[in-house]
Design a protein around this ligand. Structure first.
Ligand code: NAI
Length: 344
């Protein structure tokens, strides 16, 4: 079986080659992203393997279908870049629902600690033999309130980490997890209370029409002065311009962003030596209290291996059974997996 692998990076290849070889699957690696201009590269392949910034819109799906490509294997959890409704009946769409919630949750905490203890500043200072501490005062996490939006796999690991630091957790989810609210250190609440009482807000929900710009001007107005915003989920959960204004007005004390609204233009590529065209991103990065990593939260050895293994298993399962547990389906009328693609 031959798969066209888009947006390939050197760190993807070892695990995919290993699990592919074990299952008779050959990956052809294309550095380019999948979109309307590049879709024809998939001609002659059984399926495509794509990541977060590939475009799987109606036009791409129609062309894949015309060329006889039977499936889209997402090597990520989020699927906001796929028009699943349009894909229904044309190409199967599978994803990797979980590969390492620890990778993302630990990265979120790493960013938070870096930011509030000014580690990013200290690293640069001491390399220049500047051992002054002025401007380096941080704050304790112990006793602070963290608002966690989205209490799925990653959100719950992040909550565990925060509890280890002695923080209080206010949680919000459209579908509450049983057994998480202990009425004391972890409590479910509505968004308005979470905004009003949290010292730190961390986003762990998917990007949907409902969650688009969840953190906008109006939400920031409701927040405490000095709130720290952590986004390791999807860029467009945060209105970047509103965030920038919040930082300029000192309403937002710090922001840690592993994702950015318009990241597909820039993230994962080397733009050093270029003039960054995105003024909002450039301005955010220039702020002393903003830390940006380029969608790196997932990038651990464990996660890369799990991603490749599950992606290959998805392809094998689909080929054998005509359906797959990790298939996405919109015929059911929900954005949830239909548990086996039975509606396809
Ligand atoms: P999950 O599906 O286990 O959890 C998502 C949670 O969000 C669920 O509990 C769900 O009920 C909740 N949710 C759905 N709609 C909501 C709404 N309107 N408001 C509030 N909560 C809502 O997903 P998981 O594995 O925890 O991943 C969370 C997100 O993290 C993914 O959607 C993805 O966008 C992002 N992610 C980022 C990575 C990175 O490298 N930065 C890597 C992996 C995932």
């Amino acid at each position: 079986m031959k798969i066209a692998f888009f947006d390939a990076k050197p760190y993807d290849k070892p695990s995919f080659d290993k699990y592919g070889a074990e299952n008779g699957i050959k990956f052809k690696y294309f550095e380019t992203k999948l979109n309307e201009d590049t879709v024809d590269l998939a001609h002659g392949y059984d399926g495509v393997c794509v990541f977060v910034n590939d475009t799987v819109n109606a036009a791409v799906i129609d062309r894949l279908y015309e060329m006889g490509v039977r499936f889209v294997a997402l090597r990520c959890a989020g699927f906001n870049n796929v028009d699943c409704r349009h894909a229904f009946g044309k190409v199967h769409v599978m994803r990797v629902p979980a590969y390492s919630p620890y990778a993302v949750a630990e990265h979120a905490m790493a960013m938070l600690l870096t930011s509030i203890r000014r580690i990013h500043k200290a690293y640069i200072r001491t390399r220049d033999f500047n051992f002054s501490l002025s401007g380096m005062t941080g704050f304790d996490l112990h006793g602070k309130t963290v608002g966690v939006i989205g209490t799925g796999r990653i959100g719950r690991v992040f909550i565990d980490i925060c509890r280890g630091f002695g923080m209080k957790v206010l949680a919000y989810d459209k579908y509450r997890a049983e057994g998480l609210d202990n009425g004391d250190t972890v409590r479910y609440t509505e968004l308005d209370e979470l905004f009003a009482k949290s010292d730190i807000i961390s986003l762990h929900c998917p990007l949907t029409e409902e969650t688009y710009h969840l953190i906008n001007d109006e939400a920031l107005q409701k927040c405490k002065r000095g709130v720290v915003i952590l986004n390791t989920s999807r860029g467009a959960l945060v209105d970047a311009e509103a965030l920038l204004n919040g930082i300029k007005s000192r309403k937002v004390g710090a922001a840690c962003l592993d994702v950015y609204e318009e990241e597909s233009e820039f993230f994962f590529e080397d733009f050093s030596g270029h003039i960054l065209e995105d003024d909002i991103l450039a301005r955010l990065i220039s702020m002393p209290n903003v830390i940006v990593t380029s969608h790196q939260a997932f990038l651990t050895e464990e996660a890369l291996s799990n991603i490749a293994e599950t992606t290959v298993n998805n392809i094998v399962e689909l080929t054998k059974n005509g359906q797959c547990q990790n298939e996405l389906c919109y015929r059911c009328g929900s954005a949830e997996d239909c548990k086996g693609g039975k509606c396809f």
